[in-house]
Write a protein that binds this ligand. Structure first.
Ligand SMILES: [Zn+2]
Length: 335
């Protein structure tokens, strides 16, 4: 059984582990993302990979076959470089991560966006196992996307393809932080759902006399998507219309992706789907009679099999996904 090193770089923590071809996690290391930024993060990554290489030699009697990294932000996939990372990590733009890590480890290194590697996890081991044409949507603070087309992850010119959260479903809709109006993210992300709830209340001349609004005022004007989903289940009318808007936005966007990419499955994941079977069911119901029948007929909507560990596992899976034929040949011949 081969192992590779998977690394998940997030705004608050970095997780790294030896991951087997079949997705088992061994020797998991988790550290707080160093707040000092670039230099401290790179030296932490060097230390952690060195540690995992030693661990593999000691307990598995082998050398990991490569290093795969998943990170939030925009990634130059061709060159293994972080172009712009998350605003939560200081000085984390234009970082040649492959160059740094392959230099110190002697191993091949792949770097990709966290939702792209989540797509790999779901397609190789999860809900979309066996499918070659898959769209993954991660609904969290924002909305991220990944596109598997003909068995390959779609990267575009340099790796920016699949920003599915920034496809507009309403050109007169709310302004998105990407600069466009009505992006899917403004309706179907955690921050978008909360913002639409505040919009729904702002349309009243007098403050609404509902328990939901009272709770919102008592919390000092703070609202989360969890609050909105709970109020919807408690039959608050404003929350219900915000949720309906979210499901409709998702359905319109998904019909667009289906027309564009002709997938057989849509996988919904991310924090909003944690207790989100009702979101999956709501979307499936709404797209059943939308779009071109021939295109939509056989598309299934599923929730992701993997949770928070999907970035770590998918990061590691990149190594087997992209190993060159030469490597595959030498592995096959044992040379
Ligand atoms: Zn946008």
């Amino acid at each position: 059984m081969e192992y590779s090193i998977g690394i998940d770089i997030g705004g608050t923590k970095i997780a790294a582990a030896l991951v087997s071809e079949t997705g088992e996690i061994e020797a998991l290391r988790t550290i707080r993302t160093p707040p000092e930024g670039r230099t401290a993060i790179i030296s932490a990554l060097r230390e952690i990979t060195g540690d995992l290489i030693r661990e593999a030699a000691l307990s598995l009697k082998q050398k990991p076959v490569g290093i795969g990294i998943g990170s939030a932000g925009q990634i130059d996939f061709e060159n293994g470089r972080i172009l712009s990372g998350t605003p939560n990590i200081s000085d984390w733009n234009d970082v040649p991560l492959r160059q740094f890590l392959s230099g110190c480890s002697g191993l091949p290194v792949w770097v990709d966006n966290d939702v792209n590697v989540m797509t790999i996890t779901e397609a190789r081991l999860g809900a979309a196992k066996g499918h070659k044409n898959v769209i993954c949507l991660a609904l969290g603070t924002g909305v991220g996307g990944g596109v598997l087309a003909d068995g390959k992850l779609l990267h575009g010119a340099w790796g920016g393809a699949g920003e599915l959260g920034h496809v507009s479903v309403d050109m007169f809709g709310p302004l998105c932080n990407c600069g466009q109006r009505g992006c899917l993210e403004t309706y179907a992300s955690g921050s978008g759902v909360a913002a639409r709830m505040r919009d729904a209340w702002a349309k009243y001349e007098d403050a609404p006399k509902t328990p939901a609004y009272r709770e919102y005022r008592e919390k000092g004007g703070r609202v989360t998507s969890e609050d909105v989903f709970r109020w919807m289940k408690e039959e608050d009318g404003d929350a219900a219309s915000v949720v309906e808007q979210m499901l409709l936005a998702l359905s319109v966007a998904i019909v667009g992706y289906v027309h564009t990419f002709n997938p057989t499955m849509i996988v919904l994941g991310g924090g909003l789907l944690r207790d989100g079977e009702w979101i999956r069911a709501g979307v499936a119901e709404r797209i059943a009679h939308a779009g071109m029948t021939s295109m939509l007929r056989d598309v299934s909507i599923e929730t992701a099999t993997f949770g928070t560990e999907s970035t770590l596992i998918g990061a590691a899976m990149q190594v087997w996904m992209y190993q060159t034929n030469a490597d595959a040949d030498s592995a096959a011949t044992g040379k």
